[in-house]
Design a binder for this molecule. Structure first.
Ligand SMILES: Cc1cc2nc3c(=O)[nH]c(=O)nc-3n(C[C@H](O)[C@H](O)[C@H](O)COP(=O)(O)O)c2cc1C
Length: 178
């Protein structure tokens, strides 16, 4: 599959089959996050792969918006290290995107559960603290997201994209043609 096709086909999948993910496939998906770029090439992230059913069920309670982890075959907690890089959030976000795309390539579906909350410090502390406790995450690290993975048991309805001319401009903001 070429990269653009993976980008076009990618959707959020929140229902999964009970079929396990072969280890070699899961490793490849996680490696996509490992190979994602980081600002100044600094080692500013970790990815914690969770396959234990009980643990996935507990992680599903991190926020009200990741119940799909209860059906997922695996979860990847993506963390950032502010003490290593000022770009920790971007770095972790890139890793999430690469993981999501690689999941598409290998026929898996993925859902994204936001944990870090940039505008509500207390809420972020609560969510991150919950995950931190479960996975023994060092206190300096931030929890950016938990991705759920599994073979898709749903086909999302076609997506209506924001019109191209509202998003893409040429040379100056607002100029819609070249
Ligand atoms: C920054 C960000 C935060 C998101 N947070 C959640 C979340 O907490 N729970 C969830 O189920 N989906 C979450 N999503 C997935 C989006 O809702 C989903 O990608 C969006 O509706 C577009 O659908 P698509 O992925 O099928 O194109 C998040 C996506 C992004 C990029």
């Amino acid at each position: 599959m070429d990269v653009f096709k993976a980008i076009q086909d990618r959707r959020e999948i929140t229902k999964f089959e009970s079929k396990p993910i072969p280890e070699v496939i899961l490793d490849k998906v996680v490696d996509a996050g490992l190979f994602a770029p980081t600002g100044n090439n600094l080692p500013s992230k970790n990815m914690i792969v969770v396959e234990d059913r009980d643990m996935l069920n507990k992680l599903a309670e991190t926020t009200p918006y990741m119940k799909w982890l209860k059906e997922a075959q695996a979860g990847i907690v993506v963390t950032g290290k502010p003490d290593v890089s000022k770009y920790w959030l971007q770095d972790a976000s890139f890793a999430c995107a690469f993981i999501w795309l690689e999941a598409v390539e290998v026929g898996l579906g993925s859902a994204f559960g936001a944990v870090y909350h940039s505008e509500d410090v207390e809420e972020s502390k609560k969510r991150e603290g919950y995950v931190r406790e479960l996975i023994n995450l060092p206190k300096e690290q931030r929890v950016v997201a938990v991705l759920g993975l599994g073979y898709p048991a749903m086909t999302p309805r076609p997506k209506k994209h924001v019109p191209r001319e509202e998003v893409i401009f040429y040379e100056k903001f607002g100029k819609q043609s070249k």
